[in-house]
Write a protein that binds this ligand. Sequence first.
Ligand SMILES: [Zn+2]
Length: 320
Amino acid sequence: MVDVIDGHPEAGVDYPRTYADLLEWFPDDATCLEYLGRLRWPDGFICPKCEKTEFWKTAAGLWMCRACGRRTSVTAGTIFHRTRTPLSSWFAAVWFVTSQKGGVSALGLQRVLGFASYETAWAWLHKLRRAMVRPERDLLGGPGVVVELDETFLDGVPRGGSNLWKDKVSVMLAVEKRGRKLGRIRAQVSERPGTKQILQFATDVIAPGSQIHTDGSVMFRQLASMGYTHKGTVGMRASDITSVLPGLHLVASLLKRWVIGTLHYGIDGRQLPYYLDEFTFRFNRRDARSRGLLFYRLLEQAVATNPHPMRDLVTDRRRD
Ligand SMILES: [Zn+2]
């Protein structure tokens, strides 16, 4: 017997358009688990141990393989792992985070979900941010795409601890240009501004063979020997410095505005990487036809197969 909830919205096809949809579709853990299961196994359940596809659903909401008896949790190893809060509350949190253009503050989330503590709301937001960008995601660039690469400084972000760059944090940015349009971005805090760290960043986020534009600093010339086509326009010689890397300057100014406007400088520098992930997630999906699609994407990433499949193992009594 395969346990399927009749008439349940199908992940990959359906996503809530409104808050009313959300409440109606996901009233309890069972409906949330079913949706997450379809996100996790879009082509149907596959047992991680024996690769058979037939299963039972246990009362505890686990997928139990009919062939080998292994029980798999769809939430193990994800941000929802062993949460004591109902999944429907998590779904509501994901909804609030994704349905508002600039995101939601911890205080705002605390209010709408009725949490007793601010700290809980803050922790939830951070867990969700960690799911916003995955390391194994696609690389930027490719045929016909130019990637602009540079560092930008964010003012007023206390880094914590004693650091030379106390209130100034350097962020490395890579911005796709597809013709006149901007494509996707990647952003990462630079530990050592002005050093070769940005070359490492380039190889981490930009596909080999891509075309990269920079401000022509000496260091960037190495990109040509790293498998990229490099074009450097020296900023000093340009009449308008923003014309050198227009896409990158636009994204940098949006990032600065977001930090100031949405977050009111309330950022601990040590948390900045996660805020950059949120900014990246929002920017890369700015043209989504529905906010509900962002809800879907974030949940999808939250349950994406994690790099340590052994952690999926909840109980496996037959293991030898
Ligand atoms: Zn199995």
